[in-house]
Structures are given as structure tokens and as C-alpha cells.
Design a protein around this ligand. Sequence first.
Ligand code: ZN
Length: 86
Amino acid sequence: MVSERFRCPHCGVSLTKSPMAHILGQAHSYVVFSSRRTVTCPGCGGAIDAKRMIDGEYDEKEPVSSGCGILVAIAVIVAILAWIFG
Ligand SMILES: [Zn+2]
């Protein structure tokens, strides 16, 4: 389950994802979405990374998607190993 609401990383205002972004997030098909696309925050005018937003990084609620959680866990482990052995 992906949260329909997220917070601006700049000013923290609560925003609603567009239906398309929400659907893409649900389907985990954000990889086909332009990775460089940004949305403009109506609160502060700052650029918000659409991919991160769809990915649930700015969600108000903790993302409970197991797929994302596993990917994050792997990334953290790899980063730690690289830090230790690098
Ligand atoms: Zn903002």
C-alpha cells in the first residue's frame, strides 16, 4: 500500500500525489517514468523529485511496501560493506 499523500522535502507542506503518480507507485513501474522529472511544490515553489515522490520517499506514512523495504535494506548493507572494505 502506497500513501496517497506526501510531504514537500523543502517546506514540509502536505501534498497529494497525482492519480497517475499514485498508480505508477502502486504498480512499482516508476522505472519507466522519467527519472529526471520534477514537480513544483505549490507551497514553496521548490522542485520535488517525481521519482522519489512516487517511490514513497516523501510519504507522510512509513512506506510498508516490502519490495521497497528489501531494496533499501540491500542498498544499506551494500553501502556499509563498501564503507568497511572500501
Ligand atoms: Zn514546498
